[in-house]
Design a protein around this ligand. Structure first.
Ligand SMILES: [Zn+2]
Length: 382
């Protein structure tokens, strides 16, 4: 076995420049053209390293899904799947005004640095350096860049599941947590919409005729939020609400969106049944509940622990003491790959701070050691 990854020169300067190039192409999930500009860039990066590229046109207004494949020495049929997303939650222009791209000490600021363009770039860079040094992965490697992860991957999920079933290991480039920790467990998540339709009326002269959709929804909010149980790891958040047409009109319509997180699939299923079964408090109001579990929880297994131990041993050689965190509330595409039974290690991206925030940044000093870990994973996993 060659051992290029242990001794290869990795350039922090190149890593920083690569990340800046990627974050300079802003790519909010809902902006198809913007996301596809990012896909174009990834496609050209794939060409640089000679990956066999497969670009699947997006559906329902999503950007394209891009995959790049390398055969690997073993020509095995199960390989390494690298899952990244190239969309961000930040609107166009954030790189100039909201969170200008800049370096302050060890911090590189910019929209999508931490979540997760730095991680997406680190994995790519590590692979590129391995090939440049004459190395080759033992296992076949597939890079997969998702255009709408921040929206729950509604379009990509079937492709993610398909690739996960073919993977021996799945490595996810989501940001590292709490001082560089990788992620071996994640909560599951569900999203629901609750719509109430009442009866409009003049709030002064015909109040008694009205049936308030807002009042109806308000009662449901109190009920649903009361299901939160921190001890069981269950949370409900009524995060979005809209309704009413005027302060002097009994509101006919009201719509609520609810986010649910859970540690155990059974809990997610129990509450799915409960919320979909809700009926109106007021029989004159029509209540419609839609939604479902979006991502099952990712729970630690022996295979995940084994993969973590490998990554940890590789990292310790160059002084990176990799730890893991579990039960993080945020979901990722790692939930979907783990649900297919593929050993999944998540949080292998850059260390930093402020996902989805305007002070989002990465720690530049975390790039090189983590890139080296990636290089070793590519070179040694068999
Ligand atoms: Zn992310």
């Amino acid at each position: 076995m060659t051992d290029i990854a242990a001794s290869a020169d990795l350039s922090t300067e190149d890593l920083v420049q690569g990340v800046i190039d990627w974050i300079s192409i802003e790519s909010p999930s809902l902006d198809t053209d913007a996301v596809n500009r990012m896909v174009d860039h990834v496609e050209s990066e794939f060409e640089v390293v000679g990956l066999e590229t497969e670009r699947t046109p997006g559906e329902d207004g999503w950007g394209d899904l891009i995959r790049g494949r390398a055969p690997g020495l073993a020509r095995a049929n199960k390989g390494i799947l690298v899952v990244s997303h190239i969309d961000t939650v930040h609107p166009i222009g954030t790189k100039e005004s909201g969170n200008p791209i800049r370096i302050e000490g060890d911090n590189l600021f910019g929209p999508g640095t931490y979540d997760m363009k730095a991680g997406a770039y680190i994995a790519y860079y590590a692979f590129k350096r391995l090939l440049e040094e004459g190395g080759e992965p033992i296992l076949p490697v597939t890079f997969m860049y998702i255009p709408e992860e921040e929206r729950g991957s509604p379009y990509s999920r079937k492709y993610i599941a398909e690739e996960a079933r073919k993977a021996k290991y799945v490595l996810v480039t989501e940001p590292a947590r709490d001082g560089g920790k990788v992620v071996v467990e994640r909560k599951g998540s569900a999203r629901y919409k609750i719509a109430a339709e009442g009866r409009p009326a003049h709030s002064g002269s015909k109040h008694e005729y009205g049936r308030s959709a807002i009042k109806e929804i308000a009662k449901h909010i109190c009920e649903i939020e009361s299901w939160t149980d921190y001890d069981r790891g269950i949370t409900f958040n009524a995060g979005l609400i809209s309704g009413g047409t005027g302060v002097n009109v009994v509101p006919q319509h009201c719509q609520l969106e609810v986010d649910n997180r859970f540690e155990r699939l059974e809990d997610g299923q129990e509450f799915e049944e409960r919320i979909l079964g809700l009926g109106p408090y007021n029989p004159d109001v029509k209540l419609t509940v839609t939604g479902s579990i979006m991502r099952p929880p990712m729970n630690i297994t022996d295979a995940i622990l084994d993969l973590f131990q490998k990554a940890r041993a590789f990292s310790l050689e160059h002084g990176l003491d990799l730890q893991f965190t579990s039960r993080t509330g945020g979901g990722s595409d790692g939930n979907l790959t783990a649900a297919e039974g593929a050993p999944t290690l998540d949080g292998l991206g850059a260390d930093g701070y402020g996902a989805h925030q305007l002070d989002e940044h990465i720690y530049i000093s975390s790039l090189e050691p983590r890139a080296r870990t990636w290089m070793k994973l590519f070179e040694r996993l068999d």
